[in-house]
Design a protein around this ligand. Structure first.
Ligand code: 13P
Length: 357
């Protein structure tokens, strides 16, 4: 059996962090994996040098994960097709708005038997329906795709502080012995500081990973106004219920247990609502009165807060499906973000509008 070859498509803070984990594991399991983990890096200059040169020579992603030593078997590659060449495990880890362009370039240019894992926290939502990003990857590239999400703030994982994650990977219908399976995934991702739990519920993991970012914005708003711990807990509770409701209505195969028991569910919700980018952005909005875009530019070093896009997309969808009343928290957050509605009205918007059965 030839060893698996692994590539990370994406090199932001989380992309680099996951690639680091995989490189640590491929080095320890040379029979199962090719040692070198490739990482596609969108080439840019940083402090007068190419980012790929910095990663390959200094073994640090100085722009997106500064101060974290990367294994020397992690190789930054600026050419996307060169990066994925011959790789049969492809990990997607880019902001979800770039997925479509990346898939166009990859189509017809990947290993025909490749399998994929999406670490993207998002959904593709149009005015009438929801698609999982893993399903889009499968549809566009013709390869089976699972997903990984959890309470995983990149900087903590990069510093090897303990956390857990969830990987959703039902075996594909064309599975044959020696193919990517739970054992291989566990060996690739599990570390003493990064505990992996494998489930089958791709819908639940994907929905939770995307929607908790909206909830984190709500928590950032009330915390920015210093409404206290009870208010934050209320927003999290209502947010969790709206996430579950969304699953019931749009992806009925999602499991309540995933939301309530997995790292990708309730634990990621807590983490994101206390220390995530969306929380911090909303907190600053509430404190300064500035717009989301202004704060994003000031705070995020060229990266984006996914919750802003997700809040807008979910609003369009539920409005078109006449389901707005089912999601009073999501709707209120949308109105605050995009229509200048005052944060102060949040409790009134939630009052008497709660209809989760
Ligand atoms: P951010 O990258 O938006 O901070 O995400 C937090 C998160 O997803 C924690 O699991």
């Amino acid at each position: 059996m030839a060893p698996f070859r692994v590539v990370s498509v994406g090199s932001g803070n989380w992309g680099t962090c996951v690639a680091k984990i995989m490189a640590e594991n491929t080095r320890e399991n040379p029979l199962l994996f090719n040692q070198e983990v490739k990482m596609w890096v969108y080439e840019e200059e940083f402090e007068g040098r190419k980012l790929t040169d910095i990663i390959n020579e200094d073994h640090v992603n100085a722009k997106y994960l500064p101060g974290i030593k990367l294994p020397d078997n992690l190789k930054a590659v600026p050419d996307l097709l060169e990066a994925v060449k011959d790789c049969n495990i492809i990990i997607f880890n880019i902001p979800h708005q770039f997925l479509e362009g990346i898939l166009k370039q990859l189509k017809g240019n990947i290993h025909p038997k490749a399998r994929a894992i999406s670490c993207l926290k998002g959904l593709r939502v149009d005015e009438n329906d929801v698609e999982l990003l893993s399903d889009i990857i499968t549809k566009e590239l013709g390869i089976h795709c699972g997903c990984l999400a959890g309470a995983n703030l990149a900087i903590e994982v990069a510093n090897q502080k303990f956390s857990e994650t969830t990987i959703a990977y039902p075996l594909p219908s064309d599975y044959v012995a020696g193919d990517l399976d739970d054992t291989v995934l566990y060996t690739l991702f599990h570390r003493p500081y990064f505990h992996v739990h494998i489930v089958e519920d791709i819908s639940g993991v994907s929905i939770a990973g995307a929607l908790k970012n909206i909830v984190a914005i709500g928590v950032g708003f009330v915390d920015g106004l210093q409404w206290g711990e009870n208010a934050k807990a209320s927003i999290m509770r209502r947010g969790l219920l709206e996430m579950i409701k969304f699953g019931e209505l749009f992806k009925p195969d999602s499991k309540v247990a995933t939301f309530c028991q997995e790292s990708a569910g309730v634990a990621d919700l807590f983490t994101t609502c206390t220390g995530g980018r969306n929380f911090k952005l909303a907190y600053r909005m509430a404190q300064t009165g500035k717009s989301a875009n202004e704060i994003e530019e000031e705070m995020l070093n060229g990266q984006s807060a996914q919750g802003l896009i997700t809040a807008k997309e979910i609003h369009e969808l539920v409005k078109n499906r006449r389901l707005t009343d089912e999601f009073p928290l999501f709707e209120t957050i949308y109105q605050i973000l995009f229509h200048g509605v005052s944060i102060g009205i949040l409790p009134y918007m939630l009052e008497n509008k709660w209809s989760v059965s």
